[in-house]
Design a protein around this ligand. Sequence first.
Ligand code: NDP
Length: 293
Amino acid sequence: RNGADIIDGKAFASALRAKVAAGVARLTAEHGITPGLAVVLVGEDPASQVYVRNKGVQTREAGMASFEHKLPAETSEADLLALIERLNADPDVHGILVQLPLPAHMDADAVINAIDPAKDVDGFHISNAGLLATGQKAMVPCTPLGCLMLLRDRLGDLAGLNAVVVGRSNIVGKPMAQLLLGDSCTVTIAHSRTKDLAGLCRGADILVAAVGRPRMIRGDWIRPGATVIDVGINRIEEDGKTRLVGDVDFEGAAAVAGAITPVPGGVGPMTIACLLANTLTACCRANGWPEPD
Ligand code: NDP
């Protein structure tokens, strides 16, 4: 029997999108300005195509302008950089997102760092990573920002809690750890070379899994009552069907945890909602208007 409360990321994200839409409507009414998000997709990666389509739909639903740039896989890095330069200079574009992964012939770091940091709504530019790490006003990566919102909503003040983040990627694990540190958690970052991962996880009041390995984190790794945030999105074949599962063994963990995010319907929907929130924030900052809270 499930002991844990299920954290409803889908509902939380829907409320956040409604709040962003209200903020957008206010800007449009008061200033005649529509926040705009440009999304750049290079190549035909099927998962990326789905993400980009969903981003476009939700951007428009929030009342913002969506500019989609789809480039062939063989586009040169120079041509992509030229497009980013145009978007940096375009006053109708307040946010720029380059969908990752990029084709292998491109230097993803160079491309991301070519985005104007003020328009870097993914928060991956080195300036934003540095601002976040030093506790300054940054654009914060969307997935970890969504996780932080769910944690604050569930737990209130996070100060003093033991947080274990499994995964150290630049897009999830590292910024997640920075955000938790910013909220005064005691943070441990685990990765593929970590010793006794199970024992480490058992000490966590907050466990964030961002690994990319289906159901790797078992129920008996969870501290009773812990809050478990499962970032993983893994497509597996099971009983002749394709299923989406997280990095956490949901059934096992839900029997022990105090609260847990499901997959799908947990962290996933928060990512695009936070992208929209970041775009609204970028638009307000660009114009010197007060930021939405
Ligand atoms: P990466 O592959 O970039 O990073 C995975 C991390 O997990 C690495 O730091 C790696 O360690 C670590 N790791 C791998 N195997 C193990 C292991 N056996 N034990 C401990 N640590 C391990 O993935 P991302 O951070 O980009 O994504 C993680 C997951 O989150 C994926 O399932 C992805 O699909 C999902 N995701 C979901 C999003 C959403 O909800 N919207 C957005 C982004 C990602 P090392 O560094 O040592 O190799």
